[in-house]
Design a protein around this ligand. Structure first.
Ligand code: GLN
Length: 286
């Protein structure tokens, strides 16, 4: 079997299982197996596969046909230009979350240029994507990240180590391990799917940890707690930035406002959907 034939039969097998982008995923899987990239793979389409390679390719296709996310099979996902390891211990970083990261960097960069000692916090860090991208872009900032899951933190620490980025990862429930600590910037992509919607999600999402997705009955449980607790952990003038599900902007703004945060802003993603809410703890900086 040649590369060309393998891609044709692979794409057909994935299509039969209604995998979105079947041909593309067939290419990614074979390129990964042959330790090459998609372009070289297509240029060498007449190369024959060994029997062992064909066997392994069939096994990879079977996993993808069962709707296991491509990123879990490949073991990696890029985020803000960093190649992160991913595993079922944590949510696969999304392009949506890069919107939150860009917004956070727009706030953090000038603070870091103005002076040392700027502290940033990432709650529910998962793979570590946000915390690592912030620290990589603003090395003078002190970045802390928390997660409830030890398995996620192992993955996050490994990612930070591999990328040579120094983030302080702390196990705990939201702010619980951070008594008395204040930050100029707090970011979070908490679980926000309303529980009744979980079974309706795309098949691939069901491979991701439920605890990274389940936002309680109405999806707002984490926003309630973060909004209530954030003011005690922000410096005056500090900003809270939260990724949201697109219908949640009004509710999340209301929660931030009830807890004394002001200058509320909603940032849209590239699809034009509400994706990030920003609030400020007013007052002179301390
Ligand atoms: N954006 C994710 C999804 O739709 C959900 C992430 C989250 O709950 N934080 O799958």
């Amino acid at each position: 079997m040649t590369v060309r034939e393998a891609l044709r039969t692979g794409a057909a097998a994935l299509e039969a299982s209604r995998v979105p982008d079947a041909r593309l995923d067939a290419e990614y899987l074979l390129a990964d197996l042959l330790r090459t990239d998609r372009l070289r793979l297509l240029a060498d389409a007449d190369t024959p596969l060994t029997a062992a390679q064909a066997e392994t390719y069939r096994a990879l296709l079977a996993r993808r046909a069962a709707r296991e996310p491509l990123q879990y099979i490949l073991g990696t996902q890029p985020f803000m230009g960093h190649l992160l390891a991913v595993s079922p211990a944590a949510l696969i970083p999304r392009a949506d979350t890069e919107i939150l990261c860009e917004e956070a960097l727009a706030a953090l960069r000038p603070l870091c240029q103005a002076g040392p000692g700027v502290r940033a916090l990432d709650l529910c860090t998962g793979s570590g994507a946000l915390a690592i991208a912030l620290k990589a872009a603003c090395p003078s900032a002190a970045v802390t990240a928390t997660d409830l899951s030890d398995d996620a933190l192992r993955l996050a620490r490994d990612n930070a180590f591999q990328l040579g980025v120094d983030v302080s990862f702390v196990q705990g429930d939201l702010f619980a391990p951070l008594a008395g600590e204040r930050f100029a910037l707090i970011v979070s992509n908490p679980p926000y799917i309303p529980r009744p919607e979980l079974p309706t999600l795309q098949a691939e999402v069901l491979f991701e940890p439920r605890m990274a997705l389940d936002g309680g009955e109405d999806g707002l449980d984490f926003y309630r707690r973060i909004a209530r607790e954030a003011p005690a952990h922000l410096v005056r003038g500090g900003q809270l930035m939260l990724e949201i599900g697109s219908p949640q902007a009004g509710d999340v703004c209301a929660l931030l406002s009830e807890n004394g945060l002001t200058r509320l802003r909603v940032v849209r993603d590239l699809a034009g959907l509400d994706r990030v809410v920003v609030g400020v703890l007013e007052g002179p900086s301390i």
